[in-house]
Design a protein around this ligand. Sequence first.
Ligand code: FRU
Length: 540
Amino acid sequence: SIIDPLLRTGYHFQPRKNWINDPNAPLYYKGWYHLFYQYNPKGAVWGNIVWAHSVSRDLINWMALKPAIEPSIASDKYGCWSGSATMLPDGTPTIMYTGVNRPDVNYQVQNVAYPRNKSDPLLREWDKPSHNPIIVPKAGINATQFRDPTTAWRAGGHWRLLIGSVTGPAHGVAYVYRSRDFKRWTRVERPLHSAATGMWECPDFYPVEAAGRREGLDTSVSGRRARKYVLKNSLDLRRYDYYTVGTYDRRAERYVPDDPAGDERHLRYDYGNFYASKTFYDPAKRRRILWGWANESDTSADDVAKGWAGIQAIPRTVWLDPSGKQLLQWPIEEVEALRGKSVTVKHRVIKPGQHVEVTGLQTAQADVEVTFEVSSLAGAESLDPELAGDAQRLCGARGAAVEGGVGPFGLWVLASADRQERTAVFFRVFRPARGGDKPVVLMCTDPTKSSLNPNLYQPTFAGFVDTDISDGKISLRSLIDRSVVESFGAGGKTCILSRVYPSLATGKNARLYVFNGGKADVKVSRLTAWEMKKPLMNGA
Ligand code: FRU
């Protein structure tokens, strides 16, 4: 079994023990970042859900406080589920969350909570006013699938928020509720948006600055700066978060994705293990930050033996790509403060079939940035038309061990000295698909050789990278942290988080390699790897 303490992450957010899931109500208040999250105080499996609470000055070092919201009133007696924070115009943070109010079925209503003491920057105590619940599922709404209120936004004297649900046979839906006073909320008849995807959990909806501009916008910003919006939903059936970029018509309370096929294309924040995410606007650094939950990929029995399950991904700054068609994501700059000893490799050609070890530092807990340059794209594989639209299946069929033309090339991380264990993070380049003129770039994480331990869930994860590789150049960054590998392709166009549980490649025995499994030379123009220090992590 995998109870090796060396598998516990070092710099990813985790409580000292027990089960965690969704990040809730991230916010910034009086110099402190707050993170609440779904937590089981009694064990390492889902259940007994309360809102655990941690605070930080830098989003990296965390201090655990006592749970902020626990079952205590009729409308949350059987669970305090996910929700969001909204800053009122006078600067008061409020929390809106889903309460389960029946023991037999998961009947869901929405509650509000206010800080007891606004002068406490740590916001330790939260009060639930007597007018709770503030929103209940009226006729026509599926009361057992009605949850996860968003941050509210304000315009024209009204607040609005979204609640995720499902209607008809399988239409994910985001209902809009409006209020003047934050107390009485009424539903707008037509939902903001809906699509044939199954239940929408944890919706998130926010304005973004013009394409290519990194600055974030407050959720309530309107007018010219907020021309584009992002709508994200967590797909209960498929367990991933997808988003579209589009426009928001305030008067009609409707959202329309720019790409009419956006709801079928399923652009994802992350093509790996990343769910129930939520963004918030950070007024201190004027950026929008994304938090997402990464579940374990071991067995639940192993989780119980370890005594913990679940981490939060490293917070990411998100902004609109210059193309306007997708988001870019990058680990918040604060994470770089954890960088210690480093090694740099420059202008190193990796021949076909070759691998090169990066030596001179420990890499079980590391940050690696690398730029590759492919010598020629002439030998790129052709793309099987059947798999052309399906990155996941393509990577399943052409994993890291299948020789290609241009690629697979990339990193073997958390590798053992004999390379029996290794997790591959790599690219593979294909000739332009029929009708296209750009080479197709696939980014993939292949954990099928990550561990000698049996009973692990080891899916390959993959996404296409919408980048122009005609100059042969592409970059990769991987945050490696003992049992997680979180990778950012082409400056954050495509991201993949994967959980792995090596048995040999732990602690000092974890190694890092660059590999080339294609037929064309690949040059490492520059690679820098840093050892990562351990921040304060909730007293662990
Ligand atoms: C998503 C989710 C939410 C719900 C919470 C319960 O992971 O199912 O929809 O509010 O978790 O813990």
